[in-house]
Design a protein around this ligand. Structure first.
Ligand code: TYM
Length: 332
């Protein structure tokens, strides 16, 4: 039987944060222990949809690679690679552009959000989900483990793949988004109605970076916005979004059931103890990752060697696929 194939990606657009880790990367590491074939991509072409400083981008790419290996991805159990090093991705994007109706892209909520926030936007920003579609379907991925915010993009990938299949004959598998039940949307600690995200937060006090030092992390968690009550229970009430977020972080890290999480805080007075416990489990999780990160980042040639292995593997699958696309579309 063929193994389930998994593809996912992450942008090198600044330091990896707790949302990326709990919403996506933690699942990727866990997938390595299952009967799955794993492809994880550093999507640097996506990062440039908002213009980047070249020196900074180069640093960010290597830093993210070191971080992914530090989190537990292994070059033997996963194909970990840089998108721009595998040409099929950019080529597939063009081919898929030709079959994608403009209206599908204009409807994407992330595009609409970013358009609002930026003074000027590139054509690439609109095209972003088509590049993402190519990433996924070039590998005939069955599963795409992502946080909640990427669900719409993966659904669009299904629609574009389906449209290509209808126009040119069966070519692509239709991928499924795999969203964790908890951790899928880690919220900003200072503004718990917005998701934790690096790109647009002027004040990053509500974002926990995996490379932040302990005191900064403790400070951010202690300052996390809560409410004027004192019930430490999971709740959909928007008023209690802050407490719910802290409990969610605690739950996903400890792996406990919601009941057991609530029991841990039974009888507590005020939110101080919740914040203390959350800070404790977050620091415990991050500490070994940070130590391994420092090892990987200090050996650039070893890091590049691991990424070369990944790129070579990725080419073996994606190059024949892009050729198949071109043949079906009538190119010589
Ligand atoms: P990116 O780089 O924004 O985020 C990487 C992963 O982290 C998840 N994530 C979160 N999960 C929970 N809570 C949060 N606050 C949070 N913030 C981010 C994201 O959902 C994502 O899974 N477009 C993608 C990258 C991409 C991709 C792909 C993903 C490009 N090609 C192909 C899957 C398959 C992005 O910008 O992710």
């Amino acid at each position: 039987m063929n193994k389930i194939r998994v593809f996912s990606g992450i942008q090198p657009s600044g330091e990896m944060h707790l949302g990326n880790y709990l919403g996506a990367v933690k699942q990727w590491v866990e997938n390595q222990g299952k009967e799955k074939e794993n492809f994880y991509c550093i999507v640097d072409l996506h990062a440039h949809t908002i213009l980047r400083d070249p020196v900074e981008l180069r640093d960010n790419i290597r830093s993210l690679a070191a971080m992914l290996f530090a989190c537990g991805l292994s070059h033997e159990k996963s194909t970990v690679f840089i998108q721009s090093q595998v040409r099929a991705h950019a080529e597939a994007c063009w081919l898929l552009n030709c079959v994608t109706p403009m209206g599908w892209l204009e409807r994407m909520t992330q595009f609409k959000d970013k358009k609002e926030k930026l003074n000027s936007i590139s054509a690439a920003l609109l095209d972003y989900p088509v590049l993402q579609t190519g990433d996924i379907i070039l590998y005939d991925a069955d599963e795409v483990p992502v946080g909640e915010d990427q669900k719409q993009h993966v659904e669009l990938a299904r629609d574009i793949a389906q449209r290509f299949n209808n126009l040119f004959g069966e070519t692509f598998k239709l991928p499924e988004p795999i969203i964790p039940t908890i951790g899928a949307r880690v919220m900003n600690l200072s503004n718990p109605t917005s998701k934790m995200s690096k790109s647009f937060d002027e004040d990053d006090g509500g974002v926990v970076g995996l490379l932040d030092d302990d005191s900064k992390i403790v400070k951010s968690i202690k300052r996390a916005v809560t409410d004027s009550g004192n019930d430490i229970v999971f709740s959909d009430d928007p008023e209690k979004a802050g407490v719910n977020n802290l409990l969610g972080i605690y739950k996903v890290i400890t792996g406990k059931s919601s009941d057991d999480v609530e029991k841990d805080f039974e009888g507590a007075r005020g939110y101080g103890i919740l914040k203390e416990k959350v800070a404790e489990v977050v620091l415990e999780t991050i500490k070994p990752i940070r130590e391994k990160y420092n090892e990987y980042i200090s050996d650039k040639s070893e890091l590049d060697r691991l990424l070369d292995i990944g790129a070579e593997n990725a080419r073996l699958i994606s190059e024949p696929k892009v050729l198949e696309m071109k043949n079906k579309m009538g190119f010589i």
